[in-house]
Write a new protein. Structure first.
Length: 554
């Protein structure tokens, strides 16, 4: 290809990537795309409000902390802190919160390019970016104000620094920055601990690669090969990074404990513990469940990614004499780190036994990096591997076209059912005053982000002697309203009945999940004379005199 033609080709390619990237920033108040296999994920109902509620409350109600309610900020403070700053300029809005997430997605594109460009031809880096911007899966989740895009950005930044350490003039300073980045990762999502091996691999493999350059003439059995993995410089840099993390993370935890928020930190860990199967082999069942969940990302690209990793392993083990591309690829700092990042998060889901589509937003990025690097390595190889590499290019191109069409369709047909429902619900509350303008709902913080109504969560709340349960919380805050999706949980009904009667007053259609597509609003009427009903068996888990309930009790 002539130089001029190649430049035009790359220019058009970059413009196409940019066009699809821009689609992510359009219509930010629109629903998470309806009628997708991803409708089961609860993030669109709750997470945007939950993890930003400290910023929302600080701006709207003058205090970031509601005692007895769900307050995740002590455990994951980075996202609400950034939202708190942003809201000074934009006001509290779901569009602003989502714009912040999209900004991190854009940063991830730049960071992925800077990670890959020095390691191969330009087309390899652009291929990874093409997979990211056309992915309908990433389009869905990168537009939600959730934690995964920011966590991915911090990890990509750390990897960019780690692989450049051997050639830096001040590697210790950069290592300290990596330590700070890992602290930010841990204060973004506690699950970041499962990503530490990826960063560690990047540290040691990067120094090993420079060591190989110095001892390239050594035989495979030369002890210097093993020594290269434990380069003193790598050990010192890793020690500095870990020490910096220990100091910075320890300082935050000391502050949390000193200010009395450690119970909120522990509570976030507690609610993310899920019931494990009773079989002794449950980790295998959970691992298979988590591995199958990768198909949520893409039904073409994920199998291709697995095949490419398998091909690299086979080439490294059985074909190392004929062709060393497999070994070189597996020992590459970025390729190995990408496998460990994706695998680490799958390990987290295995341990948790509760894979959710949004968790794969980080995994998807590194799977796309793996595909781009493996495809380039095969195309650059000789013989049959080169032919197979071009086959992988063809499959990848087909997936890009199909995903691009789906993503463009999502972008061209926005729906606004949730925002409309939240605004209509709040308008009803304002037009029909009923005690305190406080809404209790599992989606309360999400609604608050949209319509600025004060909200409490009916499902989660840090337990303490002052707030041992939901009835106590409701007795203290005295809310006037409650909202639920489609039906009423019997346990929640029991808690509410201790102090209130319920009157169903309105319903609002939102989203596409058949089990959660109607937001139902209730007035809460305090029992006369401050009466408190006592729980005796299941006596409060049914419709009682004074109630008006038309939806099912589950």
């Amino acid at each position: 290809m002539a130089i001029a033609s190649k430049r035009w080709f790359y220019a058009v390619w970059v413009v196409g990537i940019g066009a699809f990237a821009v689609l992510h920033a359009l219509n930010l108040t629109a629903d998470f795309p309806n009628h997708t296999p991803l409708h089961i994920d609860w993030a669109k109902y709750t997470d945007e409000g939950w993890y930003g509620n400290a910023a929302i409350r600080a701006h709207l109600f003058g205090r970031w902390y509601f005692p007895g309610d769900f307050n995740p900020a002590p455990a994951v403070p980075v996202w609400p802190f950034l939202e708190w700053i942003l809201f000074f300029f934009t006001g509290v809005s779901i569009a602003a919160a989502r714009a912040l997430a999209v900004a991190f997605f854009f940063a991830n594109l730049v960071l992925t390019y800077t990670l890959l460009r020095p390691r191969g031809p330009r087309w390899m880096a652009l291929l990874a970016l093409s997979l990211m911007v056309t992915s309908s899966f990433l389009y869905c989740f990168s537009r939600l104000a959730i934690l995964e895009p920011m966590l991915t950005a911090f990890l990509l930044t750390a990897l960019n620094l780690a692989v450049r350490l051997p050639r830096m003039k001040r590697p210790m300073v950069a290592s300290a920055i990596v330590g700070v980045l890992f602290t930010l990762m841990m204060l973004t999502k506690t699950t970041a601990i499962f990503l530490l091996p990826a960063i560690g691999w990047a540290f040691f493999a990067a120094f090993r690669a420079t060591g190989d350059e110095r001892i390239s003439s050594a035989s495979d059995q030369d002890p210097s090969r093993l020594h290269a993995w434990f380069d003193p410089r790598a050990i010192r840099c890793a020690a500095v990074a870990l020490a910096t993390f220990a100091v910075t993370f320890g300082a935050w935890m000391a502050l949390v404990v000193t200010l009395g928020y450690f119970a909120d930190y522990k509570y976030l860990l507690f609610i993310n513990k899920y019931i494990k199967p009773t079989e002794f082999y449950w980790p295998l069942l959970s691992f298979w469940w988590s591995l199958r969940g990768l198909i949520w990302v893409d039904q073409i690209l994920i199998p291709l990614c697995e095949v490419l990793i398998g091909a690299a392993l086979v080439a490294a083990v059985f074909l190392r004499k004929q062709n060393g591309w497999g070994k070189r690829l597996l020992l590459d700092p970025i390729f190995g780190a990408s496998i460990l990042a994706a695998g680490g998060y799958i390990l987290f889901m295995t341990y948790q036994n509760h894979p959710q589509p949004r968790y794969f937003a980080l995994v998807a990025v590194f799977c796309f990096v793996i595909i781009a690097m493996a495809t380039e390595a095969m195309v650059s190889a000789a013989g049959i591997m080169r032919l197979l590499g071009w086959g992988a290019v063809a499959v990848t191109a087909m997936a890009i076209v199909l995903n691009g069409l789906q993503t463009a369709s999502y972008a061209a047909h926005p729906e606004y059912t949730f925002v409309n429902a939240a605004l209509q619900l709040t308008a009803y509350i304002d037009q029909h005053p009923n005690g305190n303008r406080i809404l209790v709902s599992i989606s309360g913080d999400e609604i608050s982000l949209v319509s600025h109504v004060e909200a409490l969560c009916d499902d989660f709340g840090t337990l303490s002697p002052a707030f041992p349960d939901l009835p106590t919380k409701m007795a203290v805050y005295k809310p006037g309203w409650w909202a639920t999706w489609n039906d009423i949980d019997l346990g929640t009904l029991e808690d509410i009945h201790t102090h209130y009667s319920l009157e169903q007053v309105a319903a609002f259609k939102a989203f596409d999940d058949p089990e959660r597509n109607t937001l139902v609003l209730f007035k809460l009427h305090p029992l006369p004379g401050g009466q408190v009903r006592l729980i005796e068996g299941t006596n409060l888990q049914q419709q009682l005199p004074g109630d008006k309930i038309d939806i099912p009790l589950q």
